[in-house]
Design a protein around this ligand. Structure first.
Ligand SMILES: O=C(O)CCC(=O)C(=O)O
Ligand SMILES: [Fe+2]
Length: 481
């Protein structure tokens, strides 16, 4: 497994060894050498002018120091560029969506009380946050997410009286609690936490509040990337990544991030967002999937679609669910087990945070498609890239302006159909929405005339129906063609 989903509401993922020791050391050294550390609570940058951040200027609320790495730092460090690229790939966020990388440092006693990272109401929308811890902390410093209203209340930045009549302020009251509804991520060198501050359809997820427990002993260092809805230029990494995507469009060699478990992630397009995952299925899964499809009675004709039964008892049920789960994880979309987890989810929604608004329209809906042998997808537009039989050709729309399509390097990029060659175990993810949840007109997939299996209830015969809350499509090839 690669990124481990810890919670589906809010969406929180964790991955160990996201950065290696040398990379962690390098980022800390860059930060120290810059001499730019300053108190988080006296920050007078643009962000402090908004209401949501104003109270963070109180040392009691947030006592650590931090700095931002600048484009000059990026230009001078290929390690930093590489780290940033991997951060964007991991978060499935386009290259131009990142703020400057923040390096933060907490000394004993320093903490950051409960807060939300995003404030669309004040013009600061941050759909996702990626934190990487840069060292091992002797004690304390966990990042915590309250998963129920009860726990949230016990963590609020007010004085809480405990049973003995002692008063404890804010998270100090709840960092000691060992409760199942308190998700706690201990800082470990190289460990990354990815969480989404907005729902898949763009609305702010009020449940994504979190805090940093006080460091009890030692120091805590982290690197933090915030992602924005709107294009957020000014970082060198944006143009590097966009030109790599350009290279892939033109069929250069793949160059992506190899995740744990051997899955190789590559961004094919920034707008709309298209990702390719090699080795998403193991050879064993490919062959089991192929023989399962081949065993269908009556046989599946080329071009015919085949529905995966929802019923339990099918001999390949376990395999199919495992794949479905993996596809969801790759898409960073919460997986709702059709038989169990969805029930659990519904229950936790009903009981968990009754006073908070939960956006039911963001129900995950991802379809998983498998291409079978003897199928030819295709549109005539694909000829320019020399279509091979069975390729997945995505006629990904026409950009109004090149910059709109591909960000910083847009002027050099030719939008047009994207061809993904079939390769056993390869999956392709197309985000159908922009980061703010609006349907991405560039992701109009048309109607690929291939044989697909959709892992939910219905056949898809035409393009995705955005009015039905489609978020993404992900398909995988079980065979080479
Ligand atoms: O230090 C942590 O673990 C969390 C930091 C955080 O939430 C923030 O800086 O916004
Ligand atoms: Fe935060």
């Amino acid at each position: 497994e690669e990124w481990l989903p810890l919670s589906s509401s809010p969406r929180v993922f964790v991955r160990d060894n996201f950065l290696n020791k040398a990379e962690c050391d390098h980022l800390r050294t860059l930060a120290l050498q810059s001499g730019r550390f300053r108190s988080a609570f006296v920050s007078n940058d643009a962000r402090s002018s908004n209401a949501g951040q104003a109270f963070h200027r109180d040392a009691q609320i947030r006592g650590n120091t931090h700095l931002y790495l600048e484009s000059e730092d990026e230009a001078a460090s290929s390690t930093l560029q590489d780290v940033l690229e991997r951060m964007h790939l991991a978060a499935r966020m386009p290259p131009d969506s990142g703020e400057k990388l923040q390096i933060a440092r907490y000394r004993p006693g320093e903490r950051y009380e409960m807060h939300h990272d995003s404030g669309p109401e004040v013009g600061l929308a941050r759909p996702a946050t990626l934190i990487v811890y840069l060292n091992d902390v002797e004690a304390g410093g966990e990042t915590i997410f309250p998963l129920s209203r009860e726990v949230l209340l016990q963590c609020r930045p007010v004085h809480h009286a405990d049973a003995d009549g002692h008063s404890r302020f804010g998270i100090e009251n709840c960092c000691n609690l060992r409760l199942p509804e308190l998700l706690r991520v201990a800082p470990r060198e190289g460990r990354a936490v990815l969480f989404f501050n907005h729902h898949l359809l763009g609305e702010k997820d009020v449940r994504a509040v979190h805090a940093s427990c006080p460091v009890l002993s030692g120091e805590k260092w982290l690197a933090q990337r915030w992602f924005r809805f709107e294009s957020h230029f000014g970082t060198a990494s944006a143009s590097n990544m966009a030109s790599k995507a350009l290279c892939l469009d033109r069929r250069c060699s793949a160059d992506g991030e190899r995740e744990q478990g051997g899955i190789l992630t590559t961004m094919l397009r920034a707008r709309p967002r298209v990702y390719m995952f090699d080795h998403a299925l193991t050879p064993d899964e490919n062959s089991r999937l192929s023989s399962w499809a081949a065993s269908m009675q009556p046989p599946v004709a080329p071009g015919q679609m085949l529905e995966v039964p929802q019923t339990t008892g099918h001999q390949d049920q376990v395999l199919l669910e495992q794949l479905r789960k993996r596809m969801h994880e790759l898409a960073r979309v919460p997986y709702a087990d059709p038989y169990e987890a969805s029930v659990t989810l519904t229950r936790s929604r009903a009981e968990g945070l009754p006073a908070l608004e939960v956006d039911h329209s963001s129900e995950p809906l991802v379809m998983v498609l498998f291409l079978h042998e003897n199928t030819s997808t295709g549109t005539s537009e694909s000829d320019a890239v020399g279509q091979r039989p069975g390729s997945l050709v995505l006629p990904l729309g026409i950009c109004a302006t090149p910059a709109e399509c591909c960000g910083a390097a847009g002027a050099r990029m030719q939008p047009g159909p994207l061809q993904v060659l079939p390769k056993a175990g390869r999956a392709v993810l197309v985000a159908l929405r922009r980061l703010d949840g609006a349907p991405d007109a560039l992701a109009s997939l048309g109607a690929p005339r291939s044989s697909f299996v959709k892992m939910d209830q219905n056949w898809i015969e035409t393009g995705p129906k955005l009015d039905q809350n489609w978020i993404a499509t992900i398909c995988c090839f079980a065979r080479d063609v």
